[in-house]
Structures are given as structure tokens and as C-alpha cells.
Design a binder for this molecule. Structure first.
Ligand SMILES: Nc1ncnc2c1ncn2[C@@H]1O[C@H](COP(=O)(O)OP(=O)(O)OP(=O)(O)O)[C@@H](O)[C@H]1O
Ligand SMILES: [Mg+2]
Length: 405
């Protein structure tokens, strides 16, 4: 099997498993959707795979899935026959308000929701501001732009309009994704997390459907935060050499949808993009993000804080001064680099026990020693920062030209 075939097959298996799970849990609408999708993918797969046995196997599976879809649809009495049901939205319906925003979800809308569930719709993430060291300016910018308009919409009327598109940019591993998650947790909006992999499932031609469902569902479930990570890869053709018609359509549609958010948000709804390659984003997309927030490498106090966060709960002999010493020694390190250092250090005492043969008997009591400043010093020498000075200059220049800080 080629890697393309194998990916496709794995994808089908994943969808089929999700279908069976949903079926077992009584989520029949979602099950229908997933069975259907698994069958579609297998049919695609059969176009490429010439192995006769494999094709028979797939054909059987497709038939089984479609049979189950029929049974479930009959069981539900057909999608159109169902009554509207309400969702736990905070909104109250009022005259003249578009149905989408009324908090009542029709059967068709419920189907849309099911269709993106699992692929895009994420549970509210459990990251708090306190889990992020430093970045005070960024936190404040996000509070003003996301949290306050969502928890106090009455303050953001008239000319004081909330932003509808915000871009977080900066070197890799410095907390962009963390910030987005914390903002979503703090404002208690429905959080949609979209990666380029979700949206560019090109071979199925499903991207456009997915994007349009995503924005519709976000409108239904407002207040919503749509987080588009690695937005550069959604909007450029980096590496591909040329842009296919399908891809162009997807991008155009994405631009239109984001534009739509801008013009009709009487219910808070916001698109938050993140990228570590801001220069790769085309200007049409860039202009959709009214506010651009630079998420830089952590400064010294932030680095000390990151060391603390990532060694929490571990027995350690480090003093306050030691953490400052570490912060001084880790100039140029990103949060991810520091987290890697900590993970390595935390393993040192365990590794020592193992090498001493002390972990061989499960019933034997073992004492794990404290981690020390020396462990950190040794490890910092081995793990080097990922971002070079030259790259940093590039972020700085871009921030000067387009950014906030
Ligand atoms: N300020 C911070 N405080 C605590 N941990 C941090 C901080 N910044 C980064 N980290 C750690 O580094 C990891 C990577 O951070 P994150 O995923 O937010 O980076 P990113 O900016 O989105 O990177 P990329 O551009 O590669 O997507 C986090 O999971 C966390 O463990
Ligand atoms: Mg990220």
C-alpha cells in the first residue's frame, strides 16, 4: 500500500471506529454521519487500491456501514421529521432574531453540529492564565479583545466594537496555542479549534462543506471562539509549487466566512489565528485580522516562571535564587525549550534508579531523589534553543511593520 492509500485507509478506520462508538452511546445522528463518511472514504480508497482481496473486504464494509445508516435513519424517522430541540445556549429567542442565533437548534442544524463534532468542535480547554508564565501584555490584549466583550457585551456597543479577528504571531513554542486556550477557558465561549489538516482534507473535497458548517455552527453556538492554528499553512501554497482549483476555492471561502464574522456579530464571535510564519500569510487573509499580537520569547522573569510551572509537584532542592540563575542561563530559550529541559531533568533521578537496577522489582520501595540545580545546568548545556537570532530579527521586523508590540 502506498502511504497515500494507507493514510486514506487509516482515516476510514478512524471514522468507522467513531461511528461505532457513537452508535453504542446512542448518538445516532453522529453515528449516521460517521458511517457515511467512513463509507465515502473507503469508496475513494477502492479507486486507488487494486488489491482484489482488499477491495472485496472494503466493499463488504461499505455495504455494512450503509445498511446501518439506513436502519438508524429509519429509527430516527428521517432528519426532517424531528422537532426542534433546544441547546444549553445562554441566549433567549426573540422576535425578529435570526433562527440561527435564537438558541433553538433545528434538526438540520443539529446535523451540521454533528458533522463537525469530533473534527473541529473541541471541549472547552482547561488552560488558565496562571498556567502561562509572563506574556502579561498578550494576556491583557486578549482579555480586552476576547474575554471582556464576551463576558460584558454591554460595554462594547456603538463605536466601541469588539475585534472580530485577532492574529497571534511569534516564534515557535512561546505560548500562542496556550494563550488561545486560556482565553477560551476564561470567556467560556464555545471553542472551535481548526487545524489545517482538518480543513485541507482535499482528496475528499470536503473542506468547503466543513468550513461552511463550522461558521454556521459557530453562529448557532455563539458566543464562539474559532481558533485557527497554523493559519499560514491554510492560506499559502508554500512548498506545493502550484495551487489547485480546489485549494483556491477553499481559501476564498475561508476569507468570505471570516469577513462575514466581521459584518454580522451582534452575538460575540471571534476568529483567533496563530502562526509562527506570519510573512507567509497572504495579504487578503492578513487584512481580516484587525489586531495582530506579537508573542515573543519569554523574558527573564517569565523563564523563571516557566521552570517553576514545569517542575510543579516534583521534589526539588531549588531555591528562588536557583530559579533566577536558571532564567539567566536560558536566555533565548522558548517556553517549549524550557519545558523540554524540565522533562529531561525530571527523568534523571528515575534513570539513575533504573540504571542501578532498583526498578526491577515492583514490590521494592524506592526513594526518588530531589532534582537539583546541577541537573538543570547539565541539561541546559545539552538542549539548545530552537530559534536563532536571525529568525528573531525577522519576527521583530515583521512586528514593527504589522504588529502591536
Ligand atoms: N509562557 C509559558 N508558560 C508556560 N509554559 C509555556 C509558555 N510558553 C510555552 N510553554 C510551554 O511550551 C509548550 C508549547 O507552547 P505553545 O504550544 O503554546 O507554543 P506555540 O507558540 O503555539 O508554538 P507553535 O508556533 O510551534 O505552534 C506549551 O505546551 C507549554 O508547555
Ligand atoms: Mg501552536
Amino acid at each position: 500500500m502506498s502511504s497515500f492509500d494507507s493514510n486514506l485507509y487509516q482515516y476510514a478506520v478512524k471514522e468507522a471506529q467513531a461511528a461505532v462508538n457513537a452508535d453504542e452511546q446512542g448518538n445516532y445522528r453522529q453515528a449516521i454521519n460517521k458511517y457515511q463518511r467512513a463509507a465515502d472514504i473507503l469508496l475513494q480508497f477502492m479507486k486507488y487500491n487494486k488489491n482484489p482481496q482488499m477491495r472485496i473486504l472494503c466493499q463488504e464494509k461499505v455495504e455494512t456501514f450503509l445498511e446501518r445508516v439506513k436502519v438508524l435513519k429509519a429509527h430516527l424517522g428521517g432528519p426532517k421529521a424531528r422537532a426542534k430541540k433546544s441547546t444549553p445556549s445562554s441566549s433567549t429567542p426573540s422576535d425578529g432574531e435570526p433562527k440561527e442565533q435564537s438558541g433553538l437548534v433545528s434538526a438540520e442544524e443539529q446535523e451540521l453540529i454533528d458533522s463537525i463534532e469530533g473534527t473541529i468542535l473541541a471541549e472547552s480547554p482547561d488552560v488558565k492564565w496562571a498556567d502561562i508564565a509572563g506574556l502579561e501584555d498578550c494576556k491583557q490584549a486578549l482579555r480586552e479583545a476576547i474575554v471582556l466583550p464576551m463576558i460584558k457585551p454591554q460595554l462594547f456597543t456603538g463605536a466601541r466594537k469588539p475585534w472580530s479577528g485577532i492574529l497571534l504571531f511569534g516564534p515557535p513554542g512561546c505560548g500562542k496555542t496556550l494563550l488561545a486556550k486560556a482565553a477560551a477557558t476564561e470567556c467560556q465561549a464555545t471553542f472551535f479549534s481548526v487545524s489545517s489538516a482538518d480543513l485541507l482534507s482535499k482528496w475528499l473535497g470536503e473542506s468547503e462543506k466543513l468550513i461552511s458548517s463550522l461558521f454556521k455552527v459557530a453562529r448557532i453556538k455563539a458566543p464562539s471562539l474559532i481558533f485557527m492554528d497554523e493559519i499560514d499553512s491554510l492560506t499559502t501554497t508554500r512548498g506545493s509549487g502550484h495551487e489547485g482549483g480546489g485549494e483556491r476555492r477553499v481559501k476564498t471561502q475561508l476569507l468570505q466566512e471570516i469577513q462575514g464574522v466581521k459584518s454580522t456579530h451582534d452575538k460575540p464571535m471571534l476568529v483567533l489565528g496563530a502562526t509562527n510564519r506570519p510573512w507567509d500569510i497572504d495579504t487578503a487573509m492578513l487584512s481580516r485580522f484587525e489586531k495582530k499580537v506579537y508573542v515573543p520569547l519569554p523574558d527573564m522573569p517569565a523563564r523563571a516562571g516557566i521552570f517553576k510551572i514545569h517542575t510543579e509537584g516534583i521534589n526539588s532542592s531549588l531555591t528562588e535564587e536557583d530559579f533566577i540563575e536558571l532564567a539567566v542561563r536560558s536566555e533565548g530559550y522558548s517556553g517549549r525549550d524550557i519545558s523540554n529541559v524540565c522533562r529531561e531533568v525530571i527523568m534523571i533521578p528515575i534513570r539513575e534508579l533504573d540504571m542501578g537496577g532498583l526498578l526491577e522489582h515492583s514490590d521494592q520501595e524506592v526513594v526518588v531523589r530531589d532534582i537539583t540545580l546541577k541537573d538543570f545546568m547539565k541539561t541546559i548545556k545539552k538542549i539548545k534553543p530552537m530559534t536563532t537570532g536571525k529568525e528573531l530579527d525577522r519576527y521583530g521586523d515583521w512586528a514593527q511593520e504589522f504588529g502591536e508590540f
